[in-house]
Design a protein around this ligand. Structure first.
Ligand SMILES: [Cu+2]
Length: 322
């Protein structure tokens, strides 16, 4: 694929400072652990819907898109550089951004964060920075279904800065999407395609109401399980816990069983499906992203969300550990 030989992409990626890249890579490692903690059931679900695409690989899907203009419903159309000509007309653009803030991690942003489109519209997701994905909340990925019925488990790959991913939203309804490496930091968005219908139109489960049995949740994700990732630990506290930064009491609280623990199994052996996690949960619960509000506004900016929804719920303990 010619795009890989594009020198400018590599140069742009290199222009990021070493420190910033190191931190982002570490965060990606932490998030990736959570994202890929799915079990056998998730893989079986993925296999059962694999026939949603005729293309057996992203490369085959790209080739078909170039010839027919049809964007694959599973693979979409990834482009490593904006010099690649889109194979079909693009109706909307969403930028994947990283915005610095006065906190240990920046804000991870889909801009706009809410978008209303028509069935059949193709949306371009532009990678203003690398290390992101655009992933459906789908049972095949271990999540509660937050996309319309019959929609396959689609996801954009990580792409270089300056790359983009196209996806054609054929089925009407609400689509909740997230970036897999940065989900817990709130990197999520909501699309309404045609009408406010389907599972994604339902309110998210009330996690605060469930806190009666698990007052506080602490999940420790050591980074040593994956070679090449940082050994930092991330401690997450339950949504709605207020200011978690520097909250020593919160950090010392006893470890309790999470009601949405990854890989856990319900009675009967069914793997429990997770709602959107941590920051993505609070972002997607923001009233500015109510599906009716998105239709009314057409597009909802990240700036329109309540700062409470964008809080950092993850404590960074510092790295390296010396
Ligand atoms: Cu991201």
């Amino acid at each position: 694929m010619g795009d890989f030989q594009n020198e400018s992409d590599a140069e742009r990626a290199e222009s990021l400072s070493t420190d910033r890249r190191g931190i982002l890579r570490a965060l990606g490692g932490v998030g990736a652990l959570a994202a890929f903690a799915g079990g056998v059931a998730a893989r079986e679900r993925a296999a059962s819907v694999a026939d949603a695409t005729d293309a057996r690989s992203p490369a085959a899907a790209r080739e078909r898109a170039r010839q027919s203009g049809d964007i694959d419903p599973v693979w979409g159309f990834p482009a490593l550089s904006d010099e690649t000509e889109p194979p079909t007309s693009v109706a909307h653009e969403v930028e994947l951004q990283i915005r610095p803030r006065d906190a240990p991690t920046p804000e991870f942003v889909f801009e706009p964060t809410g978008l209303s489109v028509e069935p059949g519209d193709t949306v371009r997701f532009s990678y203003e920075s690398p290390h992101h994905t655009v992933t459906a909340y789908h049972p095949a990925f271990g999540y509660l279904q937050r996309v319309p019925d019959e929609v396959p488990p689609f996801s954009a790959p990580a792409l270089p800065q300056g790359g983009y991913w196209l996806y054609t939203f054929e089925r009407s309804g609400v689509y909740d999407l997230h970036c897999a490496p940065h989900e817990i930091f709130g990197h999520a968005m909501r699309l309404v395609v045609g009408s406010t219908s389907g599972p994604g139109a339902e309110p998210l489960p009330d996690l605060c109401a469930q806190q009666g049995t698990a007052a506080e949740t602490q999940t420790t994700m050591p980074g040593t399980a994956m070679p090449g990732t940082a050994t930092a630990e991330a401690t997450t506290t339950a949504a709605g816990g207020g200011d978690s930064q520097g909250d020593e009491d919160g950090a010392e609280s006893g470890e309790t069983e999470s009601s949405t623990a990854e890989g856990s199994e319900q009675e009967g052996g069914e793997e429990e499906l997770s709602p959107p996690r941590v920051g993505a949960y609070t972002v997607l619960s923001d009233s500015a992203l109510d599906p009716d509000a998105i239709v009314e506004e057409g597009r909802v900016s990240w700036d329109d969300l309540d700062p409470e929804s964008k809080q950092l719920f993850v404590q960074i303990r510092g790295f390296p550990p010396c």
